[in-house]
Design a protein around this ligand. Structure first.
Ligand code: B12
Ligand code: SF4
Ligand code: SF4
Length: 300
């Protein structure tokens, strides 16, 4: 099978999946239509890429990060997709220095729902064509950790092989991060979309920790693993941060100073998102570090 076949399938599913256009209800009682995402960029990686083993190291993601064959025995290919946030939604979030725009919040919540529907359909289309597939983010084994202790059935700090583990729910939080020993708590997940995107050649990390793609950083990722065999894309970079020019604009943009020249702290960012949710529930989001910055919609 060729890459062109997958590209055509992605485009078809993207156009046919409902939910990318939403009505944004403004506080003044008016409502306006918003197209949340542009067509996705596609990156293809090999399920056997040795970098997946590196991701199990504590300094990368951690031993709870599952490799493609742990999601789907027989996996050959990993497909990572970057959905750029539309100009309209990006523009709306550029203006304010602190409050996230309503359009941005819709892209985070309704947008996430759209992407879950999209990736489920893409997975099902591949299965119908005879290629087993799994979208880790939708898998019942998937867990994200928000300042939580990963509950694994092996010793995390001993670096044991990641073979399962019950994990914990992403909604909780509140513990101190960075602790050693058995109190280790992390921000992370069993399948990091950004690390998968990096491996699939879609882009590199930035100082603010988002991935900068050739359509910039303002956007969201989705991915799947499949038994369909396709040639992997070449990674057009060598270093983790190659696309970041270290201009420091994201440092200035962050309302809670979570970013510095040394990198980014997840806790103040997470606390800010919880604060935003108090006002805008059921929505949350921020993304100031991804808008009005040189890496917003291109490689700077
Ligand atoms: C947990 C989480 C959070 C946490 C912690 C963030 C984090 N960086 O981990 C909080 C709540 C703070 C958060 C906030 C936001 N998030 Co968030 N979040 C996630 C989630 C669920 C898991 C992330 C994860 O697994 N992290 C793992 C840890 C290890 O990552 P890390 O510390 O950054 O990784 C470093 C190390 O690995 C190090 N490293 C060391 N050695 C090595 C070796 C190798 C080989 C490599 C590659 C790396 C490496 O380099 C990395 C970068 O410095 C993902 C969804 C998913 N399943 O992936 C979304 C996700 C990362 N979030 C996303 C977004 C958009 C946001 C927000 C903008 C919220 C919003 N929508 O308004 C903010 C932005 C914050 C920021 N500046 O990055 C997007 C990112 C899009 C992008 N362009 O990159 C994701 C991918 C969701 C999605 N489906 O698109 N998020
Ligand atoms: S704003 Fe500048 S420093 Fe921050 S991630 Fe983008 S390019 Fe890097
Ligand atoms: S790091 Fe977090 S709090 Fe700071 S601008 Fe980015 S999303 Fe907002």
């Amino acid at each position: 099978m060729e890459r062109g076949w997958l590209e055509a399938l992605v485009q078809k599913v993207f156009c046919e999946t409902e939910g990318n256009i939403v009505m944004v209800e403004k506080g003044d009682g008016t409502a306006g239509k918003l197209r949340m995402f542009d067509e996705p960029l596609i990156g293809i990686g090999s399920a056997d890429d040795p970098m997946f083993l590196d991701y199990k190291k504590p300094e990368a993601v951690g031993p709870w990060h599952r490799s493609p064959k742990e999601w789907l025995p027989g996996a050959r290919t990993v497909v990572s997709l970057f959905f750029p946030i539309s100009e309209e939604a990006r523009k709306s979030n550029r203006a304010e220095s602190e409050t996230p725009s309503l359009e941005w919040l819709y892209c985070r919540i309704e947008g996430n729902e759209f992407l879950r529907t999209f990736i489920a359909r893409l997975r099902d289309c591949l299965i119908e064509e005879g290629y087993p597939a799994c979208a880790p983010a939708l898998d019942e084994r998937f867990r994200a950790f928000m300042n939580q202790k990963p509950e694994m059935d092996f010793d995390v700090l001993a670096g044991g092989a990641a073979t399962g583990g019950s994990g914990s729910d992403a909604a909780a939080g509140g513990l101190e991060s960075g602790a050693g020993g058995s109190d280790l708590t992390v921000y992370g997940s069993m399948w990091s979309e950004r690390h998968v995107a990096y491996l699939c050649g879609l882009g590199t990390f930035g100082l603010s920790k988002g991935i900068i793609t050739r359509k910039g950083m303002a956007g969201r990722f989705a991915s799947l693993v499949t038994a369909l065999e396709l040639p992997a894309d070449e990674r057009p970079y060598k270093g983790l941060y190659d696309y970041c020019i270290r201009c420091g604009r994201c440092i200035e943009r962050c309302p809670v100073r979570a970013i510095s020249e040394e990198g980014k702290e997840h806790k103040p960012c997470h606390d800010w998102l919880i604060h935003v949710k108090k006002e805008y529930a059921p929505r949350l989001g921020c993304g100031k570090c991804q808008t009005a910055v040189p890496c917003e919609c291109r490689i700077p």
